[in-house]
Ligand binder design. Structure first.
Ligand SMILES: Cc1cc2nc3c(=O)[nH]c(=O)nc-3n(C[C@H](O)[C@H](O)[C@H](O)COP(=O)(O)OP(=O)(O)OC[C@H]3O[C@@H](n4cnc5c(N)ncnc54)[C@H](O)[C@@H]3O)c2cc1C
Length: 486
């Protein structure tokens, strides 16, 4: 027997996420088990009620924000279990990244990609193919997803395991536990070969499980997720390096990227993260040691073994000194307390951005584009030249190792918003013209659907709608997320 809540005060906390978007819903269901989840979806299917799936609500594209209909919250799926060989962890979709990380730490294991927002759920991370600082070395969460338990809009249940079901000649078939056959065509647009979280994942002869990862809840609800995990590295060297010249900072990043991707260098970073001067200004009240002369900073981390510690430290020191006069201001980290400080420094930035917005009732325009590495100099120079010329408050930061930066422009009124939006559109145009993506990390959600059309074209987006209809025949699940209904 499913329990339906209609009280608007109870529903309210599920009607927004970490973007500015606010919605509303008529009813809320919080199913306890997979059977209840299936029953809840079937109830909505039979009654033609649109459903929005709610994870932890840390998304920044409005993806989980409902506009009418029902909300199904996954919050009760908190089960967590490690395999006997310690290589796989089975998680309920509501387990948060923090809960998973703490659990794995006791077992000396870790989940490599490391998205920044610890309150996000593993279900949400799977639905958005989340990535993070360590994606430079380890890729996005997709690569660690081994199997998925999914409930479709009509209540049918699917178990998908990596390596067991592939697309053949653009066509795929999946069979639900009650024997229903789903046969569908995969859209055949070309995805850019870079970090990307825009639209359904499509590749020739791909594994069918990859279609669901990053599908932003438009194809089914994840009940349980099995992730591949790795042994924690023995030792890690980290550092925040300050630069007094942006050209030198850019050169440093290009060199570090090449060394880390080559085979023969002792220098081999697992993350390369950027902070522009405006980001440092935002952090300065909490971190007074930030040097005034710095125009930007880079955070790096490298895994190593005990034997080469001395030579590694010397190599890094020598390498850094070729690119900055502020080498003595570098914050190095070798033990867990020092690493925690650098992690917090990085995490503090999006938190400050969020606080800035809520405390000052401002609006934000946030870019999440990435481009191929050999075109990144153009995007980087665009940010350096055009952001100050806007005469608005902004920060530019993020995953420079993947040629992927977040530019956030803060707007106090409509006039500023219009100005920021023009810059946003120009930057997306530029990124796409360089072979880039609209969203490398946060997904399309409800805020960027127009830009998905710009990226792939009308025909490709229509083929996404057709695919959705094959798995959600009444078109009820997470409607108007990723692409508009028509
Ligand atoms: C301060 C801050 C830092 C951030 N840093 C990062 C970062 O480093 N990397 C990154 O990738 N993102 C980052 N994000 C964005 C956000 O954390 C991710 O998009 C995250 O994956 C969303 O998870 P959630 O559980 O909060 O999902 P929600 O916001 O609840 O939902 C997001 C989407 O996933 C769907 N969904 C949720 N659960 C399920 C499920 N069980 N089954 C099917 N669909 C589901 C929803 O319907 C919605 O479409 C950050 C956000 C903030 C506020």
């Amino acid at each position: 027997m499913i329990n339906i809540k209609y009280d608007s005060e109870v529903i309210y906390p599920y009607t927004y996420d970490s973007s500015n978007l606010r919605g509303s819903a008529d009813l809320l269901l919080i199913p306890k088990s997979i059977d209840e989840l299936s029953e809840s979806l079937k109830y909505c299917f039979d009654n033609n009620i649109k459903v929005t799936i709610s994870g932890a609500g840390t998304g920044i594209t409005g993806a989980r924000v409902p506009f009418g209909g029902a909300i199904i919250s996954t919050e009760r799926y908190k089960q967590i279990e490690i395999s006997s060989d310690l290589n796989f962890v089975k998680c309920g979709s509501a387990v948060t990244l923090k809960e998973l990380e703490d659990y794995l730490e006791q077992l000396n294991r870790f989940l490599p990609p490391n998205p920044t927002e610890y309150n996000a759920s593993i279900g949400g991370n799977t639905a958005t193919n989340a990535s993070g600082a360590r994606t430079f070395k380890y890729g996005a969460i997709r690569q660690y997803i081994h199997s998925l338990t999914i409930v479709l809009m009509n209540g049918d249940i699917l178990y998908l395991t990596r390596g067991q079901n592939f697309v053949n000649d653009n066509n795929a078939t999946i069979i639900s536990t009650n024997g229903n056959n789903y046969n569908f065509n995969i859209p055949n647009y070309q995805m850019p070969n870079i970090k990307n979280a825009s639209g359904y994942y499509v590749r020739e002869n791909m594994d069918v499980i990859d279609l669901f990862i990053g599908s932003e809840g438009t194809l089914g609800v994840f009940y349980e997720i099995v992730l591949k995990v790795l042994p924690r590295p023995e030792y890690i060297l980290g550092g925040v390096i300050y630069f007094d010249d942006n050209n030198k900072l850019f050169e440093f990043v290009s060199n570090l990227r090449n060394l880390s991707r080559g085979d023969n260098s002792i220098i081999n970073s697992r993350l390369i993260e950027y902070f522009d001067r405006k980001s440092l200004d935002l952090l300065k009240p909490k971190y007074n040691e930030i040097p005034d002369l710095a125009v930007g900073a880079i955070w790096f981390e490298q895994e190593y073994s005990n034997e080469n510690e001395e030579i590694l430290l010397e190599s890094w020191y020598e390498f850094i000194s070729n690119f900055t006069t502020l080498i003595d201001n570098t914050w190095f980290a070798m033990n867990s307390k020092e690493h925690e400080r650098l992690k917090e420094f990085r995490h503090e930035l999006p938190l400050q951005v969020y606080e800035n917005l809520t405390n000052n009732s401002q609006k934000k325009v946030g870019l999440d584009t990435a481009v191929p590495d050999d075109k990144f100099n153009i995007l980087f120079q665009h940010y350096l030249d055009k952001c100050p010329a806007l005469s608005l408050e902004y920060v530019v930061f993020g995953h420079i190792g993947n040629s992927h930066l977040h530019a956030n422009i803060f707007c106090k009124n409509d006039e500023e918003y219009t100005k920021a939006k023009i810059f946003y559109d120009e930057t997306i145009e530029l990124s796409l013209s360089l072979g880039g993506t609209v969203s490398a990390e946060h997904g399309i959600g409800k805020l960027k659907t127009d830009y998905l059309v710009k990226m792939y074209g009308d025909k490709a987006v229509e083929s996404m709608r057709n695919l959705k209809r094959d798995l959600d025949s009444k078109y009820l699940l997470n409607v108007n997320t990723m692409f508009l209904e028509n």
